[in-house]
Design a protein around this ligand. Structure first.
Ligand code: PMP
Ligand code: GLN
Length: 406
């Protein structure tokens, strides 16, 4: 969604001088997608040596015993050759046990779970398998950048509904009004990246009622399910009428601090899993063999792992939020995720893109301009996102550097 992406060429001359084609090189479905902001900003952080509070990855790996479980799997030859397409049985079972333990939800590991290459592939396969060209997908903006890309690659149309500061709560009347005969699905994300908003029980109930009334499929991106600081996470699929119309997506990357392993999964009814699997089998077929064994063990970690992980992140949230407020940002303290959104206007700034592009040079810190997560770019212009999944001393150093903005 970056602004200056590699737009297709209309005329191109080859190296030997011959005309190649007047046809655009790139498929129109990739129009305007460009390079993801995460790649752009992480490259900037590397090039400038800035503290990277942009792309959301922790600077500390997850539990040692889980890392060792991956090593063991590799050494024992588990998953070094193609595992089963839907995912190894151990992991599918671990996913169902996790859903039972945390939410009281029962799924069949053979027909109601699909292991994917991170939540990213789950989102892509879901969109590619469930959408027809011309279908409309309603999503709350700002939204995670792969949503726009996947909806577009599926040939469907996105219908953005803006979440407004300071609370970034969804406008449920606007949602109801936005549903048309062409609406195929709602794409929800709670806890919400980048604002940290967590949908309440009432909001979930209203969304479920609307989905049933208008016969919509709802795709829920729940990758931050274990990072809720206020309230609690409730999977929409647990609400009345939603069991057979929800695709619930999650991933190990955030919960276990192994974002590079790219192990994700969906839980849904057999007909939805079967549809998504149809697309998924031709995207990667299967991925992350040995890591699937390790994630199966991670999902079975005792409750105190999940509690300690959340409390550690809560302390980091508080540290960074207070630091940013001291610097002069207006800070929207997140109820969930490991991102904090801040308003740059009190610092005399208004363009988050320009601010983030200059920030490494000015302060040695990288942040993400929230505008990339909006179709209505102007609605997100004054907001920037900082990741706080970093060591306390790194967050402190970042705040010290940002104090130059005062
Ligand atoms: N959805 C959201 C909201 C995210 O922030 C991310 C980044 N972790 C993803 C999906 C992608 O997750 P994964 O790395 O498991 O593909
Ligand atoms: N989910 C991470 C974020 O929002 C980044 C993932 C990615 O680089 N695609 O920062």
């Amino acid at each position: 969604m970056s602004q200056d992406g590699p737009r297709s060429i209309d005329e191109h001359t080859s190296e030997d001088g011959g005309d190649v084609s007047t046809r655009p090189l790139m498929n129109r479905r990739l129009d305007g997608l460009g390079t993801t902001i995460f790649a752009e900003m992480s490259a900037l952080a590397t090039a400038t040596g800035a503290i990277n509070l942009g792309q959301g990855f922790p600077d500390t790996d997850g539990p040692e015993e889980i890392r060792e479980a991956a090593v063991r799997a590799l050494r024992e030859g588990k998953g070094n050759q193609y595992p089963p397409g839907p995912g190894i049985p151990e992991l599918r079972t671990a996913v169902t046990e996790h859903q039972q333990r945390f939410y009281g939800l029962a799924f069949d590991p053979d027909t109601e779970v699909l292991v994917t290459a991170g939540a990213t592939e789950a989102i892509a396969a879901t969109m590619l398998s469930l959408l027809e060209p011309g279908d409309e997908v309603i999503a709350f903006e700002p939204y995670y950048d792969s949503y726009a890309a996947c909806i577009q690659m599926a040939g469907a149309t996105r219908v953005p509904l803006t979440l407004h500061a300071p609370a970034f709560r969804p406008d449920l009347d606007a949602l109801r009004d936005a549903v048309t005969d062409r609406t195929r699905l709602l794409l929800l994300n709670s806890p919400h990246n980048p604002t940290g908003m967590v949908l309440t029980q009432e909001e979930l109930r209203a969304i479920a009622e609307l989905a049933v009334e208008r016969d919509l499929i709802v795709v829920t991106d729940e990758v931050y399910e274990h990072l809720v600081f206020e309230g609690e996470h409730t999977p929409l699929i647990s609400l009345p009428g939603m069991r057979d119309r929800t695709v619930s997506i999650s991933s190990a990357g955030k919960t276990f601090s192994f974002t590079g392993w790219k192990v994700g999964w969906i839980t849904a009814s057999p007909r939805l899993v079967s549809a998504v699997r149809s697309a998924k089998q031709y995207l990667t077929y299967v991925s992350s063999g040995p890591f699937q064994y390790a994630v199966a063990e991670a999902l079975a970690l005792p409750d105190h792992y999940f509690t300690a992980f959340r409390e550690d992140m809560r302390a980091k949230r508080d540290l960074l939020a207070a630091g940013l407020a001291d610097v002069g940002f207006t800070v929207f303290k997140p109820a969930g995720t490991y991102f904090v959104t801040a308003d740059i206007r009190p610092l005399g700034e208004s363009d988050g893109f320009a601010f983030c592009r200059a920030l490494p040079e000015r302060c040695g810190v990288v942040a993400i301009p929230n505008a990339v997560f909006y179709d209505h770019r102007e609605a997100g212009a004054p907001f920037v996102r900082f990741a706080f999944c970093k060591k306390p001393e790194v967050l402190e150093a970042a705040v010290t550097r940002l104090a130059r903005l005062r």
